[in-house]
Design a protein around this ligand. Sequence first.
Ligand code: DP6
Length: 328
Amino acid sequence: MTTNVARAIAHSNIALIKYWGKSNSTLNLPAVPSLSLTLDGLTSTTSVQFDATLDSDQVQLDGKLTLGREQARVVAMLDRVRALAQIDTRARVSSHNDFPTAAGLASSASGFAALALASSSAAGLELGLEALSALARQSSASAARSLFGGFVNLLADAESAQQVAPSEHWDLRLLVAVTEEGRKPVGSTEAMEITKRESPYYAAWLAHAPNLYREAEQAIQHRQFDTLGASMEQSTLMMHASMWATRPAILFLTDATLSVMHRVRTLRGQGLPCYFTIDAGPHVKVLAQAEHAEEVERELAVLDQVLRVIPCAPGPGARLTTDEGPLC
Ligand code: DP6
């Protein structure tokens, strides 16, 4: 090993066209193509140090030691990195998110992207972006997209994500309207497996998702905002509809979520172009063009259901940092 410590930064990404469901759960391959925007806000910073004096991996998230499933997912990635680097040294991992963890704000995407880069570098590996993306995907498919900046796809059955257009391609904003603090009751991995197993609408989701992907990709290439917004809202609602059809239903949308969705539609009706998307959590992310973003942000911020708005612009991919300050 040439070095045993590294720190990486990765940004969260929000899917404009959703990944929901796996074609292979063991390999964690997506069943549908997805298309995301990497954001400049919502950052995970992760440091990894392989240390021969440790007899087990130690994983801290936002200053707290993690145990159980969360820790196991990190250890599984470290095991893959150790196998590639042919080492068996345990590691100390410390990760910090500058936004609420596991609340539908894609903390696993930025977290595992940063971990893939930091852990492979700390182990002395020099993996290219494609290999890093594949490594991240095995832990969380949405994380594969956060290795890249700007507009990024992860196609059905693909091992790695790819950039569709750089962040400078289109000056869009995603305004993240946070509707509650705290963790979501069920994680996306489990929720999408239940949907696949139980929802009579899952087959319809699989059949229609590729059309939405194609429409959105074209809309991005030609910067057609209303087409992108319409395909994004439909992808969101088709994904949630597939979950609503399980028994018991998986409901991530709260009263606050629905109020914000209605408000977005009203604003649009009044001539302010904006569209919503919602992931596996209660928050609403609102897409706007840069010239309308401040007005949309003001309209969201005054709503009783909205605790705060985090404005995000298209952001860069994951990168190593030499900053050695404390993580939290
Ligand atoms: C709703 O990537 O968290 O955010 O691969 O099981 O870790 P796993 O799932 P995950 O699912 C993300 C689902 C989503 C949509 C998306 O980001 O495309």
